[in-house]
Design a protein around this ligand. Sequence first.
Ligand SMILES: NC(=O)c1ccc[n+]([C@@H]2O[C@H](COP(=O)([O-])OP(=O)(O)OC[C@H]3O[C@@H](n4cnc5c(N)ncnc54)[C@H](OP(=O)(O)O)[C@@H]3O)[C@@H](O)[C@H]2O)c1
Length: 255
Amino acid sequence: MDGNVSARWKTVWITGASTGIGRELSLQLARGGVRVAASARSREKLEALAAEHANITAVPLDVTIAADAAAAHARISAELGPIDLAVLNAGVWDQMGADNYDAAQAMRTMAVNYGGAANALAPLLTDMRARRSGHIAIVASVAGYRGLPKSIGYAPSKAALISLAEVLRLDAAPQGITVSLINPGFVDTPMTAVNKFPMPFMITAEDAAARILRGLERQKFEIVFPWSLALPLKILRALPYPAWFALARRLSGKM
Ligand SMILES: NC(=O)c1ccc[n+]([C@@H]2O[C@H](COP(=O)([O-])OP(=O)(O)OC[C@H]3O[C@@H](n4cnc5c(N)ncnc54)[C@H](OP(=O)(O)O)[C@@H]3O)[C@@H](O)[C@H]2O)c1
C-alpha cells in the first residue's frame, strides 16, 4: 500500500492517531505521500509521531469538545489544504456489564466514541457539502452488530456509529460525499492489551491499517475484517433473538 495511496487524497485528518490503528494509518498514508493531520489528546505522542515523518502534522484535540473539533478542522484546512478524507477513529473501550454498571462511565464512552464522531462531523459536513466532495470514514466495530456480554458501554456506542454511517451514506452521497464504515475485529493495540478474554483472529495494527486503506481506496461502504471473525458474526447478526441470546450466554461464560 505504501507509495500507492497519494493519488486519491492530498490531505487526510485522522482522530485517535496517537496510538494503535490511527497511528499506523497516519504512518502508512504519510509514507504514501499524503499530508496527514494526526489528532488525539496526547500532544507528546502526536509530536513523536510527527517527528517520524515530515508529512505528519500533530493537531491535538479532545473529540468530546465540539469547539476543539471545529478549531482543528479550521486549522487543518488553512495549513494543509481542504480535507479529502477524515477517519473518525478516536475511541475508548471498557469492559462493563450489568453487574458493575456505572452510568457516568457509559456516558463517557458514548461521549468519546459517538460524540467524538458527531463533533467532527459538524465542520466536515458543512465544508464537504460546499465543495461537493470529500470522504468521511467512521470507525465502529463488529461489536456494534449485536448486544454483546460485558459491553454495556462500548457495544451501544458502536451500534450508534454503525447507524450514523448508514444514515450518512443515504443523506450525504447525493451531496457528493463518500461515506465508509470501518468495522474491525480484534486488533493488537493498547486498547486490547488490557483484555484477559480470548480474542480470536487478532491481527496487527499494521495489517488493520493496510486493510482499511485498501477499502477506502476502493471507496467501499463497509470495510470489515478479518473475515474469519466477521463472517460468523454477520451470520449470528441475522439469528432470531432467542437463538442469539442462547449463544451469547454461552460466550459470556468464557469472558
Ligand atoms: N483494537 C481493536 O481490537 C478494535 C476493534 C474494533 C474497533 N476498534 C476501534 O478502533 C479505534 C482505534 O482503536 P485502537 O485499537 O487503535 O485503540 P487505541 O490504541 O487505544 O487508540 C485510541 C485512540 O483514541 C484516542 N482518544 C481517546 N479518547 C480521545 C478523546 N477524548 N479525544 C481524542 N482522542 C481520543 C487515543 O488517544 P489519546 O488517549 O491520546 O487521546 C488513541 O489515539 C477505536 O474507535 C476502537 O473502538 C478497535
